[in-house]
Ligand binder design. Structure first.
Ligand code: FAD
Length: 287
């Protein structure tokens, strides 16, 4: 099914993000995690894509997405990045997705790696979006940034560029993680004023350890509200308390977002069913 059709039906769309196997999370662990997560009955899963690119583009993403669809009976959206891929690489990935019945794609540019010369076929996610739509009956989603993408010249430019993405056919959007709901509400208002009228799911990352927070702040520049900083300071040397406080903070964020008519909640699960279950238990009746 086209996942954009889930939105606008008077309820909050609940999605879970997982990543394919890597050195720290072997393939059996990923399958085990998705099977457990699927019991929460999310509306769909999204499966991330390693930014390296090349002719095997999307293979492990496709494997997990197709396992989720065929074995867990849940819809799945495959992420696909373009900055290190040629049009031929993208064609290969799309053929693979088609062959496995994956017709929902999150079209992304990917981060620019200073050590890799970017390919020239798709400079922006909007270029990839229109290309995918020209290649078959796909439903294409896009990423957006409540606190502005790090490469953007200004917040206004970033919103105008996002409008190019929806004009290219992105049918719904998922935000970068944020810890300050006020940033999301400001962004949503500006997006609407710019004529961006597609549903926007809020990306929520339950932060469960200090290293993870430091990484997130460095990689995506998420601002930390004073309430959040106090939690970190109080529990930084007590991992279990920090995990529980991180879960409670995410629940608080989600309750507020739902009360403010968010279209969807997209949980960055980090392949951790324990955390997702705690959050789901607290919010399932609100969705
Ligand atoms: P774009 O939309 O192309 O934007 C990138 C920059 O270019 C922005 O500053 C924007 O303002 C500017 N821009 C956009 N269009 C134009 C235009 N037409 N003209 C001029 N400037 C323009 N990365 C991965 O490697 N794998 C993943 O699986 C993955 N999943 C993600 C999921 C979500 C929900 C999010 C929010 C991010 C994800 N990322 C992933 C990270 C993402 O690849 C990076 O944030 C990347 O730097 C930007 O990707 P984008 O698709 O938003 O790029």
């Amino acid at each position: 099914m086209k996942l954009s059709e889930l939105y606008g039906k008077g309820r909050v769309v609940f999605s879970l993000e997982v990543f394919p196997p890597n050195k720290r999370c072997p393939v059996e662990t990923v399958y085990e995690a998705v099977e457990k997560l699927a019991e929460l009955k999310p509306d769909y899963f999204s499966v991330t894509y390693g930014a390296g690119g090349g002719s095997t583009a999307g293979t492990s993403t496709c494997e997990i997405a197709s396992y989720i669809k065929s074995k867990c009976g849940t819809d799945a959206m495959a992420h696909l990045t373009c900055i290190n891929n040629t049009a031929a690489d993208i064609d290969t990935a799309l053929e693979l997705f088609k062959a496995h019945g994956i017709d929902n794609i999150l079209a992304l540019r990917g981060d620019i790696n200073p050590d890799i010369q970017p390919k020239k076929d798709f400079p922006h996610a909007s270029d990839l979006t229109s290309y995918i739509l020209s290649k078959g009956d796909f439903d294409v989603a896009g990423a957006c940034y409540p606190e502005t993408h790090v490469d953007a010249d200004s917040p206004v430019d970033d919103i105008l560029n996002l409008k190019k993405k929806t004009d290219s056919g992105a049918s719904h959007l998922i935000t970068q993680l944020f810890f300050d709901n006020g940033c999301f509400y400001d962004f949503r208002e500006k997006a609407t004023l710019a004529g961006i009228n597609v549903p926007i799911s809020a990306g929520i990352m339950p932060v469960t350890n200090k290293k993870q927070i430091e990484r997130m702040v460095t990689v995506c520049g998420a601002s930390l509200p004073p309430k959040f900083v106090k939690i970190l300071q109080r529990y930084e040397s007590n991992p279990e308390a920090l995990r529980d406080a991180g879960i409670a903070y995410a629940i608080d964020q989600i309750v507020d977002l739902i009360s403010n008519d968010v279209d969807g909640i997209h949980l960055y699960t980090m392949n951790n069913p324990y955390v997702a279950y705690k959050i789901h238990d607290a919010i399932s009746k609100l969705l």
